[in-house]
Design a protein around this ligand. Sequence first.
Ligand code: C2G
Length: 130
Amino acid sequence: MKKIITYGTFDLLHYGHINLLRRAKKLGDYLIVGLSTDKFNLEEKHKQSYFTYEKREQLLEAIRYVDLVIPEKSWDQKIKDIQEFKINTFVMGDDWKGKFDFLGDEGVEVVYLPRTKEISTSKIKKDLQS
Ligand code: C2G
């Protein structure tokens, strides 16, 4: 079984996220999502999600492409996750291109997929304000 992992906040879930998850799942048989906790978002990403971790987890678990959701609590848990879950492929949108190449040393394939250009959580928030 080919296992894939990806990470993110996935706030105000939108079709850009779904496009990423669908393409990530296509690369294997089992997709794990490392979902940023509220604490990680606040302290490390300096952003506060609209939905709490529990709500974002509930939404992700309802997506047919997602097989397991785990908490992302720190930037450096990826290596442990890759070992623990015997991951074959690590996937992120290409806004992260190059940032996680070091994971290749763990024997995983590192894949950056093109982002869905015209949509983002911050654009949704901005458009709703105006
Ligand atoms: N994404 C995308 N297209 C968009 C928006 C997001 O392909 N229009 C992808 C991002 O590239 C990322 C995933 O969807 O791979 C989740 O996006 P975010 O929730 O914004 O994740 P981010 O804040 O980048 O956190 O350790 C990694 C971080 O947790 C990634």
